[in-house]
Design a protein around this ligand. Structure first.
Ligand code: LLP
Length: 443
């Protein structure tokens, strides 16, 4: 790392991170309800709304916190073109997990040197595509997590910039399903990494080593992050003792965001400080590659209540978004804040707002989607304003792994997406239609 211990002080970083014009977190309550209602009215629901200005702010806050590092955007969190262009304009390169993501990044204008492809058990078609792309963009970097993948690249004639992904033996993250660091699927075993780096440096331009602990790391998981970084620092020094000069050491992404309204924002300055400290002195540049942190609080999902059912246990609130629109609650039991915008607007319209709120009251609400699966549930028995058919709900922190993990299961077309930028709103992804569902079939 060019400046392992001489960077900005923790206090300076914290000031930069917490500047009033770029707060560390944007809560669901901070979104303008009238604007969201107007968008739902115009474009229908379910609807993703992505605030590109907030994406840019998040990029700035990350770069301020890691002034000496390369901050890359893990595009898998949100690959929409408008987001990619915003991130590119903010100066972050793209970390891509597939040929499709590389294709999107190049299409959005990232240069070859701004594209890092991290191959995970890559299908032949991905390697074919990326090696072809490399012939046109020789500055792109490929990260391999197995000696076998390096061999497959060599067979295709690739001798460009290579990075070795290491399994650091330590994982972290909000759910066991997103902890990668100690999972054998990812990266070469730590104790074989020096050998692979050494031998690969003969056939490729060996530029870096890489590891990723997992996703959604909170302040409480910092110990694991620190340990991963420490191991990577040590490995980098071993590699350099073996005579291989590294350009960068990439310690992955995974910076968490507060999904709970009561959870504090991640102290990015503390994470940056811990990272620098744990890495120790190196001649290589530190790289980090957050995805979620860049886009999570820049997005909300709007959905309308279509069915209200009182049961002895709960009020079942049926909405028009489901696990096919936002998979995270079903897949990881993830918590997403939910706000009833309509109940607020009736409060706002009423001269005596508090009476109106009392009239609605709060009930234990189980918000469910239209998918024929019992896991199609956004929350269970959560205290929310008593729902009425037609109410508009906003689901918070939907910008990361929201649209990206949407599917057409149950033959439900995927939703539309609107992007906000400098006061303007534009439809950036049209709603899929029933015809779209069958378009790829030949009979
Ligand atoms: N780098 C690598 C190699 C990764 O595998 C990932 C995420 C990242 C960076 C970015 O992690 P982030 O900063 O976004 O946490 N669908 C799950 C998250 C899976 C993340 C997979 N890899 C979720 O919705 O929580």
């Amino acid at each position: 790392m060019s400046d392992a211990d001489g960077g900005a002080s923790l206090d300076e970083n914290r000031d930069a991170c917490d500047r009033g014009d770029n707060p560390a977190v944007r809560r669901l309550a901070d979104w303008d309800a009238d604007r969201l209602e107007a968008l739902a009215e115009e474009h229908g629901t379910p609807l993703y709304v992505t605030d590109l200005d907030r994406v840019a702010e998040n990029c700035t806050r990350l770069r301020d916190a890691f002034p000496d590092a390369e901050v890359r955007y893990a595009v898998k969190a949100h690959t929409g073109r408008a987001v990619l262009e915003t991130v590119r304009d903010a100066g972050l390169p793209a970390e891509c997990a597939s040929a499709g993501e590389v294709h999107r990044a190049l299409g959005a204008g990232f240069s070859g040197s701004e594209v890092q492809y991290t191959a995970v058990n890559p299908p032949a078609a991905d390697l074919d595509y990326v090696v072809d792309a490399w012939r046109e963009y020789p500055e792109l970097t490929i990260t391999v997590g197995a000696a076998d993948t390096a061999d497959r690249l060599r067979e295709r004639g690739f001798d460009g910039r290579l990075c070795v992904r290491v399994n650091p033996g330590v994982g972290a993250g909000h759910h066991e399903k997103v902890q990668t660091g100690a999972n054998a699927k990812f990266g070469v075993p730590y104790d074989r990494a020096v050998d692979l780096v050494e031998s690969a440096s003969e056939a490729f331009d060996l530029v870096g080593i890489h590891a990723h602990a997992g996703s959604g790391i909170s302040g409480d998981d910092l110990a694991n992050h620190r340990e991963l970084v420490r191991r990577m620092g040590e490995l980098a020094r071993d590699v350099s003792a073996a005579g291989v000069d590294l350009e960068f050491v990439d310690v992955g992404g995974g910076f968490g965001v507060p999904y709970l309204e009561t959870e504090p924002a991640l102290d990015l300055a503390a994470v940056a400080e811990a990272t620098r400290e744990a890495l120790g002195n190196l001649d290589a540049t530190l790289a980090v590659e957050p995805g979620r942190y860049v886009v999570a609080d820049a997005g909300v999902l709007l959905t309308r209540v279509n069915t209200v059912k009182e049961t002895p246990e709960t009020v079942v609130t049926g909405v028009d978004a489901g696990m096919t629109t936002l998979l995270r609650p079903a897949m990881y039991d993830a918590y997403h804040a939910i706000r009833n915008l309509t109940s607020e607007s009736s409060d706002r319209d009423d001269a005596d707002a508090s009476d109106n709120a009392d009239a609605r009251g709060t009930v234990g609400s189980t918000v469910v989607g239209p998918i024929c699966e019992s896991s199609d549930v956004f929350c269970e028995n959560r205290p929310l304003p008593r729902p009425e058919r037609g109410d508009l709900l906003a689901v918070g922190n939907a910008g990361a792994y929201g649209y990206e993990m949407a599917s057409t299961y149950n033959s439900r077309p995927r939703p539309a997406e609107v992007a906000l930028e400098g006061g303007d709103a534009a439809l950036v992804r049209r709603r899929e239609t029933l015809t779209d569902l069958t378009e790829v079939e030949s009979r």
